[in-house]
Design a protein around this ligand. Structure first.
Ligand code: ADP
Ligand code: MG
Length: 256
């Protein structure tokens, strides 16, 4: 059975997409069968996996509206070693179109049930909002991975996300839990970041992943080459950190 995880945080620019593509590539390197679902109409995870979002006829939009199956719509990111269910601007319209439909929050979950045996991990890159698209992700998932920067308002933003996860857990998806908080773009030389990191550990204990992703320019450069950092420059510190994170997740997966 596939482990299905949302990469979510309603803030933009916190490293969701970077985490999604690099974790997918890291898991693939470890021999895991991975599907990356791009649920953000911006399509950054799609492009960052080397797939031109403008050339895709079928995407996650068609899967949500039940006009295509996952197997019809997925493409292989051949340099990265994982499959992608792509997103493009069409997906922004899905938000409105779904409102009129039945079981609108369960569309992705139902689609995933049909490919369950084909993957070890399904990673869902969520948009920066708590929208119907994110809700589809949360209803389909076993858990949430929350990338976060250790900055002053980080804990405040987390409260909203934790409350949303609690509500989805109570009303829509009893499986859903926080898998862990991933510290990203981390710089230990900045005192405030160390302080927030300590606060996180005090509040959330072992829900904070051991792996820490450093701020690393190679991770930021990689998308312009249509590759995750892990593939673009495997030796970079940031890439190594994501592979370590993939190892941590594989190690913990049986208990998640
Ligand atoms: P989100 O998907 O949450 O909006 P992104 O993953 O797109 O966030 O990251 C926002 C920006 O930060 C991007 O320009 C990305 O390249 C950069 N970035 C993300 N993680 C790192 C990192 N560890 N080191 C340096 N830059 C990073
Ligand atoms: Mg993103």
């Amino acid at each position: 059975m596939a482990k299905i995880f949302c990469i979510a945080n309603q803030k933009g620019g916190v490293g969701k997409t970077t985490t999604s593509v690099n974790l997918a590539a890291g898991l693939a390197k470890l021999g895991q069968r991975v599907l990356l679902v791009d649920l953000d109409p911006q399509g950054n995870a799609t492009m960052g996996s080397g797939i031109d979002k403008r050339q895709q006829v079928l995407s996650v939009y068609d899967v949500l509206l039940e006009s295509a199956s996952v197997n019809e719509a997925v493409v292989l990111a051949d340099k990265c070693g994982y499959h992608v269910l792509c997103a493009n601007r069409e997906l922004a319209g899905a938000e409105v179109e779904l409102v009129q439909l039945e079981r609108r929050d369960q569309r992705l979950k139902n689609a995933m049930a049909l490919v369950d045996g084909q993957y070890d991990f399904v990673l869902i890159d969520c948009p920066p909002s708590l929208s119907m698209l994110t809700l589809n992700g949360l209803c389909a998932a076993h858990g949430v991975i929350v990338p976060m920067q250790c900055e002053y308002f980080a804990l405040e933003g987390l409260t909203d996300l934790v409350n949303t996860i609690k509500q989805v857990h109570a009303n829509m998806n009893r499986d859903l839990k926080i898998i862990g908080l991933l510290r990203v773009m981390f710089d230990p030389r900045i005192t405030l970041q160390m302080q927030v990191s300590d606060q996180l550990k005090a509040h959330f204990g072992d829900k904070v992943f051991d792996s820490v992703i450093p701020r690393n320019v190679r991770l930021a450069e990689a998308p312009s080459y249509g590759l995750p950092g892990v593939v673009f420059d495997a030796a970079a510190r940031g890439s190594q950190a994501y592979v370590e994170f993939a190892q941590e997740l594989v190690r913990r997966a049986p208990t998640l």
